[in-house]
Design a protein around this ligand. Structure first.
Ligand SMILES: [Ca+2]
Ligand SMILES: [Ca+2]
Ligand SMILES: [Ca+2]
Length: 232
């Protein structure tokens, strides 16, 4: 055994260093299916221009969040999440819902905060992209939000040049350089962004990490009562 695989070959997969959960694998596979269709994004600049629209759309998701936070305690607990899936007619098994919950509850408080909920929904959006349902009009009955989720998926597809389901540091640099012609300051910002995304510092960013970073950049927090959004 040994010596046959990987010799002289740079394998850009974190699998060797960290165990993937079943859900991680499913997300990666769904992403790779989507990647085989290519990205409609032409440049990183175009993505940045879309930020305000993405921001607006995700914040509107707050109403959905509040609808499913039945006891109004500011978090969606596992039971509330099950109701949410039922109502949205998302046919996931209890085990799948539970796995998603655990994966997105990054602060381990057994509740989905607003940002965690957004990430969860976007992962559901990606996972529902099974070949059978491909190009169905709406996967979750929330067409507006789904357009935004598609933009986020598309952005990831754009960044993941070698289509392995992860954005590596090199791919991030590549995307930025294409945009700026190698302008130094933006390159540095890009690297900082990348490091923020790469929680476990393995040099690779998966879609979940990407989504959490993205909501973070937009300033979408767990709770945002202090922003005074009530008076809209
Ligand atoms: Ca609740
Ligand atoms: Ca939480
Ligand atoms: Ca990649």
């Amino acid at each position: 055994m040994g010596g046959i695989l990987g010799k002289g070959e740079k394998v850009e997969s974190p699998k060797a260093w960290m165990p993937e959960t079943k859900l991680d694998t499913k997300i990666k596979e769904a992403m790779q299916r989507r990647e085989s269709e290519g990205s409609s994004m032409k440049s990183f600049n175009r993505i940045i221009l879309k930020f305000p629209k993405i921001d607006e759309s995700l914040r509107k998701c707050k109403a959905i969040f509040e609808r499913f936070d039945e006891d109004k305690n500011g978090a969606i607990d596992p039971q509330e999440l099950k109701h949410c899936f039922l109502e949205l007619e998302i046919n996931f098994t209890d085990e799948e819902i539970n796995d998603l919950f655990m994966a997105c509850d990054i602060n381990d408080d057994m509740g989905m905060g607003f940002n965690e909920f957004i990430v969860l929904l976007c992962l559901v959006y990606l996972l529902k992209d099974d070949p059978a349902a491909l190009h169905a009009k709406s996967r979750m009955g929330m067409p507006d939000l789904e357009v935004t989720f598609e933009t986020l998926v598309d952005t990831f597809v754009f960044l993941d040049k070698n289509k392995d389901g992860y954005v590596s540091k090199r791919e991030m640099i590549e995307a930025i350089n294409e945009t700026t012609g190698g302008e130094r300051s933006s390159g540095r910002i890009a690297m900082k962004r990348f490091e923020e995304m790469d929680w476990d510092k393995n040099g690779m960013v998966n879609f979940k990490e990407f989504l959490f970073a993205f909501t973070g950049w937009l300033g979408i927090q767990d709770t945002e009562d202090e922003e005074g959004e009530e008076n809209v």
